[in-house]
Design a protein around this ligand. Structure first.
Ligand code: FPP
Length: 249
């Protein structure tokens, strides 16, 4: 349990949240731009701006872990222009935000299959992960070329290889063991998954990890998603009861 339910005497007074893991499916960048007659990439650029603002307020909102779905294993189907534009936006974000992340104690990690990314981006990712590895105030994880099914398939291949090498006993494989083979092995499971833009789908995001997460769907398009939007979502979340399959006590 990531928030203090004992202090929650009535619905009007939620307990302060802390050490939360919030995961976000940032949707609606394209529509936001198209509604204004602008190219889709303008929406992605504005979306990156909102990411920066959200990361900044994580400590005061009680978010210790923020995991963002930036590019799915299916997003390669988009136009070459959009895919290349997004890739250069990710690289620019890393370069531009490196100093701030180091100063503000943000640890940046990437989840997903990075082997398909170009070499320069892979090197940049490796660099920023090392540069921020000692930070512990906010854990920002960006899902890039990420798909939940793909992640589980990669984990299964790695386990099979370890079984073949005699490093793992097949009979000992359980959910804890499998978790340790996932890209998220160093992260707690998400408490809350938010999806923007009025879509009600999970879209292959953190399929394994979100087994007990709460979901919030908001009509706000990601480029309009502000720290205040997150604050309101967290107020609602703090009033929900999470039982993890048990009964109310
Ligand atoms: C989905 O909206 C959004 C994406 C595929 C890209 C998300 C990327 C960012 C917010 C940019 C920066 C991110 C980081 C971590 C620096 P969509 O394009 O599918 O929107 P639509 O459904 O309106 O077309």
């Amino acid at each position: 349990m990531m928030f203090d339910k004992s202090a929650q005497s009535g619905r009007e007074c939620p307990a302060p949240l802390r050490d939360l893991h919030v995961a976000v499916i940032m949707d609606g960048n394209g529509r936001w731009a198209q509604n204004r007659g602008w190219p889709r990439l303008v929406g992605h650029r504005k979306g990156a701006e909102q990411v920066r603002k959200l990361v900044e307020v994580c400590p005061e909102l009680g978010i210790r872990y923020l995991t963002l779905y930036a590019f799915s294993t299916e997003n390669w189907k988009r136009s070459t222009e959009e895919v290349l534009g997004l890739m250069s936006l990710f690289a620019r974000y890393i370069r531009r935000e490196a100093g701030r992340m180091k100063r503000e104690g943000v640890r940046l990690r990437f989840i997903g299959d990075r082997s398909r990314l170009d070499d320069d981006l892979q090197a940049l990712i490796q660099w920023i992960e090392t540069e921020t590895a000692g930070n512990d105030r906010v854990h920002l994880s960006v899902a890039l070329n990420y798909g939940g099914r793909d992640e589980i398939a990669r984990a299964s291949r790695a386990m099979a290889r370890d079984v073949a090498a005699g490093k793992l006993d097949a009979d000992e494989i359980n959910d804890n063991v499998l978790s340790r083979y996932l890209d998220t092995r160093d992260l707690p499971d998400p408490d809350l998954v938010v999806r923007t833009s009025g879509e009600f789908r999970v879209s292959n995001f953190l399929l394994w990890q979100a087994a007990y997460a709460e979901y919030v769907f908001t009509p706000t398009l990601w480029p309009d998603f502000s720290p205040k939007t997150m604050e309101n979502i967290l107020k609602d979340f703090s009033l929900r009861e999470r039982r993890f399959g048990g009964v109310k006590v």
